[in-house]
Design a protein around this ligand. Structure first.
Ligand code: PMV
Length: 305
């Protein structure tokens, strides 16, 4: 059984598109899985979460595309197998479901052929598939998922992993409002082009926050991290990617005792995250649920060994 984790972005979303650093962490408890369930048959993928929908090799489905790309990279013919995929990761919610499923399928194929490749190669394949479906993604999603480690990501720069001194307890809450990252990214682009003098400093300030946040993660200063999250959220508001509900969930988390909170990912809807200590976790989760968040869960980013 091959698998890959979900992810959340902690700092730097949107600014990362313009070359600023961003930080993302894996959510290892939430995963996508791929497994060979039959051999000696025409190649097909069966999507367990979609009523066992069958995906054939030649189709337009992203899962067929990831298969074709993987076989091309490893120089193998179409295998006579049936691959079953399933995922605990809610789709289209900024938790990286698509990239995680792609990663699980690539690993399943590599396992089947008993081929070992570096994560760098897996990452390139997933990024290619992300580009087909999301236009011009920065690459942070596929990177954090493939490496399954906290990453300090700068576009087109070597990937840096972050040493985490103290575990980080995060609450992830979904507004329940569907929002397309692609549209938010396009709107920020137009805003930037229409008012570069005003918007460039906002984007650069977000980059500085990611830089300082990495140091705070490495020294275990959770109070500083919380403050940086709030500051980052304010700047994302200036980029017009927050929403009334995201702002309200951020305020509610803080009132319930979170150390910090912000929207996470594309914004306009989707998820927000709150940093909590163990004593306040339950209270923050209940407050977010009472305020109408549709899916609320805790995830712990473990300290580096
Ligand atoms: O919506 P998500 O969680 O996939 O995050 C998108 C992050 C952006 O910075 C807004 C876009 C990108 O490609 O990095």
């Amino acid at each position: 059984m091959s698998s890959a984790s979900a992810k959340v972005i902690l700092f730097g979303e949107h600014a990362v598109v313009y070359g600023q650093p961003a930080i993302a962490v894996p959510v290892s408890s939430m995963r996508a899985y791929a497994e060979v369930v039959n051999e000696g048959c025409d190649f097909q993928i069966v999507a367990r979460d979609l009523d066992d929908k069958i995906i054939t090799f030649d189709g337009d489905d992203p899962l067929a595309q990831v298969t074709r790309l993987t076989l091309k990279v490893i120089g193998k013919a179409i295998p006579r197998i049936k691959v079953a995929v399933r995922s605990d990761i809610p789709i289209a919610s900024g938790l990286g479901s698509g990239a995680a499923i792609s990663t699980a399928i690539i690993r399943c194929l590599l396992d089947y052929f008993a081929i070992q490749v570096d994560n760098e190669v897996v990452n390139e394949i997933v990024y290619e598939v992300e580009k087909i479906h999301h236009g011009t993604p920065s690459g942070i999603d596929n990177t954090v998922i493939v490496y399954e480690q906290a990453v300090y990501f700068v576009r087109e720069k070597p990937i840096e992993m972050i040493r985490i001194a103290r575990p980080l307890r995060l609450i992830v809450a979904d507004t329940g409002q569907a929002a397309l990252t692609k549209i938010a990214v396009g709107d920020v682009r137009r805003l930037y082009e229409s008012r570069p003098q005003a918007i460039r400093p906002v984007i650069e300030k977000i980059g500085e926050i990611s830089y300082v946040a990495r140091q705070a993660m490495q020294s275990g200063d959770v109070n500083q991290l919380g403050a940086l999250m709030l500051e980052n959220h304010q700047l994302l508001r200036e980029l017009t990617v927050s929403s009334e509900q995201l702002d309200s969930l951020v305020d509610i988390a803080i009132d319930a005792g979170a150390l910090g909170a912000k929207l996470s990912g594309g914004g306009r809807g989707g998820n927000m995250i709150a940093l909590v200590d163990s004593e306040r976790s339950e209270a923050v989760q209940s407050a977010l649920k009472n305020a109408g968040a549709v899916r609320v869960f805790e995830t712990i980013v473990e300290a580096s060994s």
